[in-house]
Design a binder for this molecule. Structure first.
Ligand code: SF4
Length: 371
């Protein structure tokens, strides 16, 4: 619960272009002027004049507002493999956008300068409308838009409006999320969102989440993934392997088993190497042997497409046919260097159809910074 003081501060924010009425919130019946936000699994109860945990949703005069609508901290062209999305429109280019703020407090965050910037003193960015973002995507010949770098759930209103316009203009939408989003918010996005990369940390271990991300109940992430599945989103799962404290075999076994049972054995699963950053500078990078060992564990649990990331070059960056084992896609980092699948994404050796959505675009090599 967020404490009540000072009442109604923030009225001066009203009228600014990046301050807009929020959605998915309710008034508290028993406390006049207090609101409850239902956008992410924290479901903050917010007193007048105060912010929710993400630091970008404020109760102003008894109503909830987002203060980061279109206030962008990045607008870049990336290859979709950077999300990472390896099996959704491979080789395509996406326009990626972010704001400040996050509903997590990860001590290892690599984008901490934007994610941990909260409240008015940390508010910054370049204001863009959804029309400007979609126009830029079309102008720079992007295939889709990705809501990423910080947690997009917390800039939901801008994501929703932009996604709608993007769809109308023939673009796809993807989000890179920590998964701490409510089912109501996932349902509201519905078929506006095409694909999601859901980022686990420390194998989904509850103690790890509590100590290193400030999150009490990672179970909500699994509920959100089921809602994404039910809405027909293409899902890839990542897991950041933090050495010594977030690299337990049992956690990877459990997480992999859950993915197999609930999303399917051909769900791409990426084990990502940790690099020292933010408040965890005294930890070493994840040893390659640890990533390889955990990849083997994930495969033993039945996952067919297990990748390791941030290690290029490595054989586990490539895609292998689940039936005959033929190396059908070769990657180095975020670049596809060889594509051997047929046009319908079947294996040229055995004819097996791989779990890949969309055709190979063959042009995801460009990086542009547009802000
Ligand atoms: S989106 Fe922000 S205000 Fe809303 S519940 Fe999550 S942390 Fe709280």
């Amino acid at each position: 619960m967020v404490s009540p003081k000072p009442a109604n501060r923030g009225l001066r924010l009203l009228g600014k272009p990046h301050v807009r009425p929020a959605i998915l919130w309710e008034e508290l019946k028993d406390r006049e002027g207090w609101v409850k936000c239902n956008l992410c699994a924290r479901r903050c109860i917010i007193a007048p004049g105060r912010y929710g945990v993400c630091g970008v949703r404020k109760n102003i005069d008894g109503k909830l507002y987002t203060v980061v609508y279109g206030l962008l901290t990045a607008m870049n062209i990336d290859p979709i493999e950077k999300k990472p999305l390896y099996h959704y429109h491979p080789g395509s280019r996406v326009l990626s956008v972010s704001t400040v703020g996050c509903n997590f407090f990860c001590k290892f965050c690599q984008n901490w300068s934007i994610s941990q910037s909260r409240l008015e003193k940390g508010l910054y960015g370049v204001f863009k409308t959804p029309e400007e973002v979609v126009s830029a995507a079309l102008e720079y010949d992007a295939d889709g838009i990705s809501y990423t770098y910080n947690e997009p759930t917390i800039f939901f209103e801008f994501m929703y409006d932009t996604a709608k316009l993007a769809k109308d203009n023939g673009l796809f939408n993807t989000m890179v999320t920590n998964g701490y989003i409510t089912s109501e918010a996932v349902d509201m996005l519905g078929n506006l969102m095409d694909a999601a990369t859901v980022d686990f940390k420390g194998g989904g271990n509850p103690d790890f989440y509590k100590k290193y991300s400030g999150v009490l109940n990672p179970e909500h992430i699994f509920e959100a993934i089921l809602a994404m599945r039910d809405n027909g989103w293409f899902i890839e799962i990542t897991n950041l392997v933090v050495p010594e404290v977030g690299d337990h075999e049992d956690d990877i076994r459990k997480l992999s088993g859950w993915i197999v049972d609930n999303i399917g054995p051909e769900t791409p699963f990426h084990l990502l190497r940790f690099h020292p950053d933010y408040k965890m500078l005294d930890f070493p990078p994840t040893p390659l042997a640890t990533l390889e060992k955990l990849a083997k564990v994930a495969m033993e649990e039945g996952l067919k497409h297990v990748y390791i990331g941030n290690v290029a070059p490595h054989p586990l960056e490539h895609t292998y046919c689940p039936k005959c084992g033929y190396r059908v896609i070769e990657r180095i980092g975020f670049s596809i260097v060889s594509w051997k699948l047929k046009e319908d994404n079947t294996c040229p050796k055995c004819g097996y159809k791989l779990n890949i959505k969309g055709t190979y675009h063959g042009r995801g090599h460009d990086y542009l910074f547009l802000l």
